[in-house]
Design a protein around this ligand. Structure first.
Ligand code: VGL
Ligand code: ZN
Length: 209
């Protein structure tokens, strides 16, 4: 892969895999493919959802609310999730079967107690940057490929923000899995298409049939 191309691997963590606190169906199935794909990229960035125990997105911190219910916060709508990816727990670690030794940057997001961050670039207040845009720009990256979990939340939000920061963005569809909550997957693809995010199958990169 050329120098100006990077792979962004979103939230491949045990809590988003079967048996985890916020399991994405088939989340663990992408691991072999993600590992293999990463070998084609010199620049790889990993993200980790990384919340304090009292995080505002956890339903347990909103008595009377149910999981997956939406509330309104100062920065806008917020879905309430089961507690997940609590910093320094096993479920928040990079997945033990993720094998990308040449990845040199890991972005942790969602660590501010009162703000969520699906996106690897901008927190839910839409103001606070994680620093990823600067990291990629300083390395001369122009084209960004994205894979990981969950396609309709953290992958989609990261892809949209990457477009807004001026990157050419391609989602590797079969190297993602979705939560698909109340039509969230269709809604995500519609929004992504509108801003010019491309979608491909990994065979376009690996050459496999
Ligand atoms: C995610 C919900 C809450 C994700 C993270 O990684 O897609 N979804 N936190
Ligand atoms: Zn989260």
């Amino acid at each position: 892969m050329q120098k100006h191309v990077a792979l962004l691997v979103i939230d491949v963590q045990p809590d988003f895999c079967p048996g985890g606190a916020l399991a994405v169906p088939g989340g663990d199935e992408i691991l072999p493919l993600v590992n293999r794909l990463s070998q084609a990229f010199e620049t790889v960035v990993l993200t980790q959802d990384w919340h304090p125990p009292g995080h505002i997105s956890f339903v347990s911190n909103h008595p009377g609310k149910r999981p997956f219910e939406e509330i309104t916060l100062p920065y806008g709508p917020q879905l309430l999730w089961p507690a997940h990816c609590v910093m320094e727990t096993k479920g928040a670690a990079l997945h033990p079967d993720l094998s990308i030794p040449h990845a040199r940057a890991v972005i942790r997001k969602g660590s501010h107690i009162e703000v969520d961050s699906y996106s690897a670039f901008l927190e839910a207040d839409r103001i606070t940057r994680t620093g990823l845009d600067g990291y990629l720009a300083s390395r001369g990256i122009r084209d960004l490929y994205i894979c990981g979990l969950a396609l309709d939340f953290c992958v989609a939000w990261s892809a949209q923000d990457a477009r807004a920061f001026g990157f050419n963005v391609t989602i590797i569809e079969d190297a993602c899995r979705a939560i698909d909550l109340n039509g969230s997957l269709v809604a995500a693809w519609n929004a992504l298409e509108k801003v010019g995010v491309k979608r491909i199958n990994s065979t376009r990169l690996t050459g496999d049939a």
